[in-house]
Design a protein around this ligand. Sequence first.
Ligand code: ZN
Ligand code: ZN
Length: 276
Amino acid sequence: MRQGDLHTHTTASDGTFSPSENIKRAIEKGLNAIAITDHDTIEGIEEGMAEANKHDNFECVPGIEISTLYEGQDIHVLGYFIDYKDEKFLSTLNKLSSVRDQRNKMILKNLNGLGINIEESELEAKRHGEGNVGRGHIAEIMMDKGMVNSLPEAFEKYLGKGKPAYAIPDRISPIEAVKIIREAKGVPVLAHPGIYDADELIPILSENGLAGIECCHPDHTIEQVKYYEEIAEKHALIKTAGSDFHGFRNGEVFHGDIGSCSVPLDTLDLLKKCCK
Ligand SMILES: [Zn+2]
Ligand SMILES: [Zn+2]
């Protein structure tokens, strides 16, 4: 069956593969579609679309993953088939990106307080063009400098939620993210609900324009996949799936490899029908 992976990151945010490399890997894996869903940026989309056009029967879905804050939790909202040239949408993304930079500064300051010195310039050096930098890059620097032995260690000891260098600035709410995506003619989907403790959000967001939930994600257990599929059916939401591919860092794959979670292409048609 023809399949697509609806959640991948590129060098435009914290992935290590360029958008074209993601497309090529997806084709190698036998997929017929992937979405480029970088954190708070659309910088990778054009390259992905151009690469997809070179291949028959392959579609690149223009997407985004917006970071929001709800009850102290970092909640991600995916947007598909967005009008990524919409001026209002682009100016909103600019604002989100400055919040992301503010967060990085807070994290570096916390690390400094723990005697771990990373300069802002070192983080800037990890930025690709107009793309975004974030915790994944900070973890990479910590590993480069021998401060930790692995990327998971950086998150487990310092950068993960509740760990000593963790910081989260004031952000937009998930409801606002749903609205921003709808205004850009996109389809909002709640990313990896299994990694939050916020299921009560699902009916609230669904009343406010949410179109789907990411039921299959590499960080979900089989039971969670089933559970979220049932919730999706209950609220008439589209069931999506994605690997959350971030490329490889020191041979390790974060979340999953491209295609490790995928949807039949019919799901793409369902999403397209939700575009305004
Ligand atoms: Zn996410
Ligand atoms: Zn992601």
